[in-house]
Design a protein around this ligand. Sequence first.
Ligand code: ADP
Length: 168
Amino acid sequence: MSVAIYPGSFDPIHRGHLDIIVRAARLFEVLVVGVAHNPTKQPLFGPEERAEMVREAVEGITGVRVETFEGLTVAFARRHGARVIIKGLRATMDFDAEMKMAMMNRRLAPEIETLFLPTSPEYADLSSSLIKEVARLGGDVSALVPPAVVERLVAKVGRSVWTASWNS
Ligand code: ADP
């Protein structure tokens, strides 16, 4: 059985992530989305809540499972019998950081390959941090994230002007 993992913070999941999940799910029998719990980071949403939002977003996509994990990505991959780590790439800045990570992961686990999928151009500007910032400032992000995220973002950052457009 071909298994891949797709690790990330997903704080929160957005349309760019979802696009990578849909495309990666076509390449493997099982795709395990790994929601990283990194105690040194200060995410807006807790790991379980982030995983819950991903679960709701991927409902109906065949072969996709969602789990939280702590520790090394390669250890998470090995636990699932995955030979491939999927990473999405937006721009050259992603490439530099992801390349370093891929090389280190290869040292740690030579049997596991990192596979880069280029972003679809319509999502190239999306990042969780920018989405959170825009939402905090009252901008409408409802077209950029799945519906389950819209509701939770509103609950976290407070009701703001864009709830009106999301309801209409
Ligand atoms: P971010 O906070 O930057 O959205 P994550 O750690 O949640 O980052 O991202 C998980 C994975 O998804 C990474 O491989 C990242 O490069 C990729 N990714 C993030 N945003 C996009 C996007 N808009 N298009 C394609 N891949 C993306």
